[in-house]
Design a binder for this molecule. Structure first.
Ligand code: FAD
Length: 289
């Protein structure tokens, strides 16, 4: 973990672009509540194949206009170089400074793979097209990506993204802190020392968490699963248990030197804000790296 301690901590909240006017209004409220604690940035997801393209752009620009540094996610699967270049130019014109560069997941049977196959190719393309205009974040997988041929290959593929010009990484969520510590150790041994910020998934609904975790390869340890199962439909207890669990987990990560936290908010203020407050993060001064 030594390499991570040199970086200033940064804290961020992730949103998905709302589909309806009601969703937009709700996000305005969430945004106002979360901006009070002064995170370093917000980020907005991007549907593979450009399925949320316009909504992502609208959400990013509207958050950014309101004075909150906002990072669009950009996935390359199913897209052409030309359409990616258009987005990069638009973001540059609006003085967006950070991009989360991803491959994305194309729903099976939907469209062609696109011109850039992997995230490392997207990072190279962004550097080629936009130079150093953006700080580039990439995804990291402490429990390894579900499609990786092996753990070794996945680490090598992560290294490819760094070699292509990624500045920092955000992890897939995990509930086992040792997987993160081990991942960082492996990166250190490979000489990779960019900030790798843990992604934190709040626990609000057991069945959707289980479904999503199976898809993205995040393990829910047996003791957590059993406890959540035991709560059944008691959503108050599920949330309370989740909040305590994640507060403790985030505390361990920060104490060990993790360079900040990235909350997958699910467009909700709670429980991210309670975890934040439990950690005593308070209202932070803005920092940058
Ligand atoms: P890659 O780094 O390209 O890796 C994908 C797989 O291919 C891995 O198994 C890797 O080992 C392998 N691989 C990589 N490079 C090579 C290579 N050169 N040759 C052979 N194999 C290779 N998805 C969205 O659609 N929209 C989002 O907004 C979004 N946001 C996310 C944010 C975060 C922080 C994270 C962690 C994930 C996000 N995702 C998002 C999900 C992500 O798109 C998926 O996990 C996707 O399956 C992989 O994307 P990646 O960028 O990690 O891909």
């Amino acid at each position: 973990m030594q390499s991570q301690k040199q970086f200033k901590r940064r804290f961020s909240f992730e949103f998905f672009p709302p589909k309806t006017d009601q969703g937009k209004e709700k996000l305005q409220v969430v945004r106002d509540q979360l901006s009070e604690v002064n995170p370093d940035f917000f980020s907005v997801t991007f549907g593979a194949g450009g399925s949320t393209r316009d909504r992502t752009v609208d959400t990013v620009l509207s958050l950014h206009r309101q004075g909150i540094s906002t990072a669009p996610h950009l996935s390359c699967v199913g897209s052409t170089r030309e359409s990616i270049a258009e987005l990069l130019d638009l973001y540059k014109e609006h003085e967006i400074e950070r991009i989360v560069a991803l491959r994305g997941d194309m729903p099976s049977g939907m469209g062609a793979a696109g011109e850039l196959r992997y995230a490392n190719e997207l990072v190279s393309f962004i550097r080629e097209h936009s130079g150093d205009a953006f700080n580039i974040e990439v995804a990291a997988y402490p429990e390894f990506h579900p499609q990786a041929r092996s753990a070794e290959e996945d680490l090598k593929n992560f290294a490819r993204k760094v070699e292509a010009g990624a500045n920092s990484a955000i992890t897939q969520y995990f509930f086992n802190v040792d997987s993160y510590f081990y991942f960082i150790d492996r990166l250190e041994k490979m000489g990779i020392t960019i900030p790798v910020v843990p992604g934190i998934m709040p626990i609000v609904n057991f069945s959707s968490l289980t479904r999503f975790s199976e898809m993205c390869g995040a393990e829910i340890p047996r003791w957590i699963r059993k406890q959540l199962e035991a709560y059944g439909d008691d959503s108050v207890s599920i949330r309370k248990f989740g909040e305590e669990l994640l507060t403790e987990m985030c505390g361990k990560l920060l104490d060990a030197g993790a360079p900040g936290l990235h909350f997958y908010t699910l467009n909700q203020t709670e429980p991210s804000i309670s975890i934040w407050k439990n950690l005593g993060l308070g209202q932070r001064d803005k920092i940058a790296f």
